[in-house]
Design a protein around this ligand. Structure first.
Ligand code: FES
Length: 202
């Protein structure tokens, strides 16, 4: 997203809600008094949760002040970790894994589906402002590749048609079942378990 577009959507001020203020104190108190900067990731995460899953610059300044850290240091942390979003992500935030196992099983086609249905570029809201997408590194579900994460849920064993159907549903604000599209349980074989079948809870 261009700097001009980002500056347009930045709220002027930010402060923690009453609950998050309490939670932030709890996080800060986990560390010795001279080491309160160690709570920076926890506080940024709280700020992101409070602000519809993205962190405005005013929140970065707020966290820096609260932890008595230079603004640039908190900015560095927030730009280093891909879990922090620095522009609005919409109600549905789609993260497409494009690391090798997903890529060799068709992740590029899922990226194309996102470009076609959500927005031409990553980190841009769809025209109805409900959704955005981004490419990410391995999300740890390689065995059910290719996959994508939408908010806190995983959608696995995808192909371009299945991914498109999921995305069209969320763009209409409809609920979509998460998990494997082949109805696999976790990473079990498609036709059910074939080993340890006599072992309970295996
Ligand atoms: S490579 Fe895609 S989840 Fe690991």
């Amino acid at each position: 997203m261009s700097v001009k577009k980002i500056s347009k959507i930045q709220p002027g001020t930010f402060k923690f809600s009453k609950d998050n203020l309490k939670e932030s104190e709890h996080e800060i108190n986990k560390y010795p008094k001279t080491r309160q900067a160690s709570a920076v990731i926890a506080l940024l995460y709280l700020a992101q949760k409070q602000n519809d899953n993205w962190i405005p610059l005013s929140a970065i300044k707020y966290v820096a002040k609260k932890l008595e850290m230079p603004y640039i240091k908190v900015y560095e942390v927030s730009t280093f970790y891909s879990m922090f979003n620095l522009s609005p992500v919409g109600k549905y935030f789609v993260q497409v894994c494009t690391t090798t196992p997903c890529m060799i099983r068709g992740a590029k086609k899922i990226v194309d589906v996102c470009k076609k249905n959500i927005s031409k570029n990553e980190n841009e809201l769809s025209s109805n402002k409900l959704c955005s997408w981004v490419e990410v590194e391995c999300l740890g579900a390689c065995v059910n590749a290719p996959m994508m994460q939408i908010n806190y849920d995983y959608y696995e064993d995808l192909d371009d048609k299945k991914a498109e159907s999921i995305i069209q549903n969320i763009l209409e604000d409809k609920k979509v079942n998460s998990g494997s599209t082949k109805n696999r349980k976790s990473s079990a074989p498609e036709k059910g378990r074939i080993t340890l079948i006599n072992t309970k809870n295996a």
